[in-house]
Design a protein around this ligand. Structure first.
Ligand code: ATP
Length: 311
């Protein structure tokens, strides 16, 4: 659906985005994660055609951004970080105005606004001025705006920034509903948001991609390797170290708990090795009693922090 190749953006001497390549499939809900200044907004603004890349190509369906920017803009609904809404207008009038700009057919306009109001939970504020709405409702109006021309792709820049936990949950629910039919890219630095709403996460740091995968696969294997926890009885740390360190690819063994002859250890394996089979085989050859054996999933927060901590 979207193919990005070698996307680069310089602001003067500052390289804000550095040769990013991405393939985004139809129906994906992709979370673009990164610390402040990582380059998220710059990437999104280039994808939406609001900012010209210094280098690289963007294709959306069969269109190239440098040759068919208008066609691409028609396929994309964009919710910028602070949606530029007219504060004095009533919500209903504003959506009517957006429908006119988007050249929605007069006969379909009313039904369209009603459907968007329903989808974005705006029914009770349709006759209030936008300036009197809470930030959460402002975001909903922005979402309705972005979806007016029924775009196939929605790009949302920090859609829940500054919202309270209830508003966050509501916007997230709306995104989930919309995501059943559309391709969505959400930039955020709220990790729980990416975990809850996205099926793929791309972490960028200093303008480059440092991780890309589903929240599950990212958690299981990052460049730091798998973590395996094993609980044993009838074993002591020294013997476990002796036995398991002889397996190629084991980088660290550390005791998590040691009581009498019960021992719980965490084993770090070198990326990308999966050493579960070999570890199990070795344990079977001893007289240790295996009480527990599992591969840990790193939380997205741990991954994020380890990949972006110098920022
Ligand atoms: P945040 O989470 O804080 O919104 P971000 O990941 O969206 O950050 P960008 O806004 O894309 O990051 O900024 C990336 C880098 O480019 C930052 O160092 C920023 O200061 C710089 N930058 C962004 N816009 C401009 C601009 N118009 N002119 C010069 N530098 C800019």
């Amino acid at each position: 659906m979207i193919q990005v190749q070698g996307l680069t953006k310089y602001y003067g001497d500052l390289c804000a985005v550095d040769h990013i390549s991405l393939d985004i499939q139809r129906g994906e809900i992709l979370g673009l994660l990164g610390p402040n200044g990582a380059g998220k907004t710059t990437v999104l603004r280039m994808l939406t055609g609001y900012l010209r890349p210094t280098e690289g190509t963007i294709r959306v369906k069969d269109y190239a951004i440098d040759k068919n920017p208008l066609e691409i803009k028609r396929l994309i609904g964009y919710l910028p970080e602070s949606a530029p809404l007219y504060r004095d207008m009533l919500v209903y009038d504003y959506l009517g105005y957006v429908a006119d700009i988007r050249e929605i057919d007069k006969n379909r306009k009313f039904t369209k606004i009603r459907k968007l109001a329903e989808l974005c939970g705006l029914n009770e504020v349709m006759h209030q001025p936008i300036g009197e709405l809470s930030k959460g409702y402002n975001q909903r109006v922005g979402l309705a705006h972005a979806m007016m021309n029924d775009p196939e792709i929605l790009i949302l820049d920090e859609p829940t920034s500054g919202l309270d936990p209830n508003q966050i949950a509501e916007i997230r629910e709306i995104i989930r509903r919309i995501g059943k039919e559309k391709t969505i890219i959400i930039s955020t630095h709220i990790l729980s948001e990416a975990e809850a709403a996205c099926n793929r996460v791309v972490i960028i740091n200093r303008g480059t991609i440092v991780a890309d995968g589903s929240t599950e696969t990212l958690g299981q294997s990052t460049s730091q390797g798998h973590l395996i926890t094993v609980a044993l009885q009838n074993a002591d740390l020294e013997a476990v170290e002796r036995e398991l360190y002889s397996i190629q690819g084991i980088e660290d063994i550390s005791a998590l708990d040691e009581q009498g002859d019960s021992l719980e250890v965490r084993i770090t394996c070198r990326y990308p090795e999966d050493l579960r089979g070999e570890i199990y085989k070795r344990i079977k050859q001893t007289n240790w009693v295996l009480m527990e054996f599992h591969q840990e999933t790193r939380s997205l927060e741990t991954i994020f922090r380890s990949l972006t901590k110098e920022a």
